[in-house]
Ligand binder design. Structure first.
Ligand code: ADP
Ligand code: ZN
Length: 729
């Protein structure tokens, strides 16, 4: 049991307000527990906080105000607090910001709210109408379950006044129930598939890891379609049997719909969901129910890691290599790494699932820190696709065309056989550049150092940096020449146009995140395509992830060289992962698949490794290079971004920091820069970056804090530190 403070005892409270210290209060009437969520007065306002410990008592007691009340939510557990503290220390994030992450649910301070629900009452109404009949039928079909007024009216196709009329006569019963209800119980024995011998061994290995309730991490590696999901659902089942909660993190939230259906098939009911598409009321419910243990499984985005689980036993990180696990705004944390941290504090298991693990995880498994469980073949008759390059230097292709004759022939064959082809291009929109043929100007964003991308579907130019958009102009904004603006280079929309010209009869579907207003629309489209509604699918990296298209037998990668040019340390790794994932889309069902990679550099080592499918060789070569350069995972990096409106001031700050590097030198770290960031201006702010490189086993965070603490940020200057940066923008 956590400590208890009697009424009026001094307590210190951590709030979510941007203050760099704890605040002292007197415990409220009736006292409070350590960890309690409380409402406290702060100046004229009331704010939410957590009782952190005994008060410091260095103020005049008579002036200290009292905690207003304890909120009606489960207190923060010691384990959660330790997690927030260590996560904050690792990412150099102040505790108030960490607490904000842990309280991202609306209305935590509200009293438990009630709602009216409706079910079948007694007797028939004095006068029966069609509409009334439909309401009673709808109630009857719910088999004793209750609906809200809106739900019932919708189900019956009537206005709410019809329902209210029935309530008056008693034919429909109206009751008050708590709004935040628990989630349906999941049954671990409900509907498991019969596993193959390989899968069974893998599932048992995961289950064994949970037996002792001790921390362990397993890297579950297996080609796409090998049944990784089936296997880790068995680990979820094991957690349920032990009465522990499970969290499944997914990178692409649009995909959760398909996944939720799978959970329902396996465990008999849907789990709780946590991501940006979830309504505020539902968020509140999830947060509270997770804290009370009435949500056994949560499927969510990275921020679900900060939910107040009561007895978390398992965290699955699906597609663990995915870059979207690294938060890139607000608190800079990598959900994969923080999942391992949280589990190590709790004594829980982490399952990192991927067909193409990150170099870090692969290295940790090599070093014996993670257990490795491998599924080596695809489930059923599906075999891995054959992969070949198309040497673009030898293809006869007019300019402004991207589908080579070889690829065109391959697609034509698939259409004849009534099979699907996927053309993959990781570029949203119509064309990445719009050029004026009169003056040579390329249309850029007013606020960023970036070209604007034409989105013909929206009839707008969009900046992919800041999201600013403007209508497609008909004259050049620079020289005012009319009708001289020309698209340069391909985006998926333009590729679709080309494909339609080449195959006028074909049904073409474009899958790009910006073309769908909602996750539901996207889900509908994905289902339709899987059922055969398209002959040619044109997609961005959205399609690389987790879908099953049984009719798909050909993948054509339009520009395999796109990812090879990056100045990024991880460019090769990412290209490798992406290509393997995309190729993994082909031939998932009975029909064998083929992947064709259009490239101008077929001899590039990354392209060759992809073709050879020799992952071990690829990783070993990458690791050797990183070891030689003492880059992660053999050394540590921190990215520093300085920004401000006046570029000279930003550079001055950078130079000042670079000169005063003693705290960093003491731990053997080196500073590179300041240099203009690859995107040197975003939303009107100039950006300068520095890179700090340190040996592996030093206290880098402490040194960074001391180093950055030497300067006072004046005016609009900002400094942000990104530990283990994933990208260098
Ligand atoms: P992965 O997560 O490795 O991509 P999945 O678990 O999604 O693989 O499996 C791919 C497909 O094969 C899914 O449709 C899944 O339901 C099916 N599958 C895998 N293993 C089995 C099994 N043992 N029995 C029946 N279907 C299976
Ligand atoms: Zn912009």
């Amino acid at each position: 049991m956590q400590g208890f403070y009697e009424e009026n005892a001094l307590v210190s409270v951590q709030t979510t307000q941007p203050l760099d210290r704890l605040l002292d209060y007197r415990a409220p009437e009736g006292g409070c527990h350590q960890g309690a969520f409380v409402e406290v007065p702060l100046g004229p306002r009331k704010v939410i906080g957590v009782v952190w410990g005994p008060g410091q008592g260095n103020f005049d007691y008579s002036k200290i105000r009292q905690v207003i009340r304890v909120l009606d939510v489960a207190p923060m557990r010691e384990e959660m607090r330790a997690f927030l503290e260590r996560c904050g220390a690792y990412t150099l994030t102040p505790m108030n910001a960490m607490l904000r992450l842990a309280t991202r649910a609306p209305g935590l301070g509200d009293p438990p709210s009630m709602q009216k629900v409706y079910s079948l009452g007694e007797g028939e109404p004095p006068r029966m109408t069609d509409a009334r009949r439909r309401v009673l039928d709808a109630c009857g079909e719910m088999g004793g379950l209750s609906l809200t007024l809106k739900e019932l009216a919708e189900a019956a196709g009537v206005t709410t006044s019809v329902v209210k009329g029935l309530v008056k006569s008693g034919a429909v019963r109206e009751e008050q129930t708590p709004r935040d209800t628990g989630f349906p119980i999941l049954d671990p024995e409900h509907g498991g598939k019969e596993l193959t011998a390989d899968q069974q061994t893998a599932a048992e290995a995961l289950q064994q890891g949970q037996a002792s309730h001790a921390y362990n991490t397993v890297l579950l590696k297996g080609v796409t379609g090998s049944g990784k999901t089936e296997v880790y659902l068995e680990a979820v089942a094991e957690a349920l049997r032990q009465g522990r909660q499970a969290l499944v993190l997914l990178p692409e939230i649009a995909l959760t719909a398909e996944f939720l259906t799978r959970i329902e098939a396996r465990f008999g009911a849907k789990p709780a969901e946590w991501h940006s598409g979830v309504t505020m009321t539902e968020r509140r419910r999830v947060w509270r129910m997770v804290a009370q243990g009435h949500a056994q499984v949560v499927v969510g985005a990275r921020s679900a890691l900060f939910l107040p689980f009561q007895r978390l036993g398992l965290v699955v990180v699906d597609e663990e290599h995915d870059t979207s696990y690294k938060q890139d705004d607000g608190v800079l944390y990598n959900a994969r790494d923080m999942a391992v941290l949280r589990a190590s504090i709790l004594g829980a298991q982490v399952v990192l699932a991927s067909a193409t693990p990150s170099l870090e995880s692969w290295n940790n498994a090599e070093a014996g820190k993670y257990k490795r469980v491998i599924l080596s073949s695809r489930y059923g008759p599906a075999v891995l696709p054959e992969m070949r390059t198309i040497d673009m230097r030898r293809e006869d292709l007019p300019s402004n065309r991207w589908i080579s004759p070889s690829l065109q022939r391959a697609v034509a064959t698939r259409i004849e056989r009534k099979e699907q082809s996927l053309l993959f291009l990781n570029r949203r929109g119509y064309a990445p550049v719009t050029l004026c043929r009169a003056c040579g100007q390329q249309i850029g964003c007013d606020d960023c150092d970036a070209r604007m991308v034409e989105h013909r579907f929206l009839k707008r130019l969009v900046c992919h940096q800041c999201g600013e958009s403007k209508p497609m102009p008909d004259k050049c904004p620079s020289c005012e020449a009319e009708d001289r603006l020309a698209p340069v280079g391909p985006g998926v929309e333009r590729l679709a146009e080309e494909a339609q010209e080449l195959f006028p009869e074909a049904r073409i579907a474009v899958l790009s995140s910006d073309l769908y207003g909602t996750a539901r629309e996207l889900k509908g489209q994905i289902e339709a395509i899987a059922a055969g509604a398209a002959d040619i699918i044109i997609g961005t990296q959205l399609v690389a992830k987790g879908h099953n298209f049984p009719l798909l037998t050909l993948v054509g990668v339009i520009d395999s060289d796109l990812g090879l040019q990056g100045s990024d340390l991880r460019a090769a790794e990412r290209t490798f992962q992406l290509m393997r994932q995309v190729a993994g889309r082909a031939g998932r069902a009975e029909k064998p698949g083929t992947a064709l990679l259009q490239t101008f550099q077929p001899e590039h080592p990354v392209i060759r490794a992809i073709l050879a499918g020799d992952e071990e060789a690829f990783w070993k070569a990458e690791l050797d290079e990183r070891r030689a350069a003492t880059m992660p995972p053999f050394g540590r990096l921190a990215g520093i971004i300085l920004s401000g409106e006046d570029p000279a001031k930003v550079f001055d700050l950078g130079n000042h920091l670079a000169r005063n590097d003693a705290p960093l030198r003491r731990v053997g770290a080196t500073i590179y820069g300041p240099a203009p960031a690859p995107i040197a201006r975003v939303r009107g702010r100039h950006r300068v970056r520095m890179l700090v490189k340190a040996p592996k086993d030093v206290m880098l965070q402490r040194a960074l804090a001391e180093w950055a603490g030497q300067v006072q940020l004046k005016g609009d200057l900002r400094l942000s530190i990104d530990i283990d940066p994933q990208s260098f923008f």
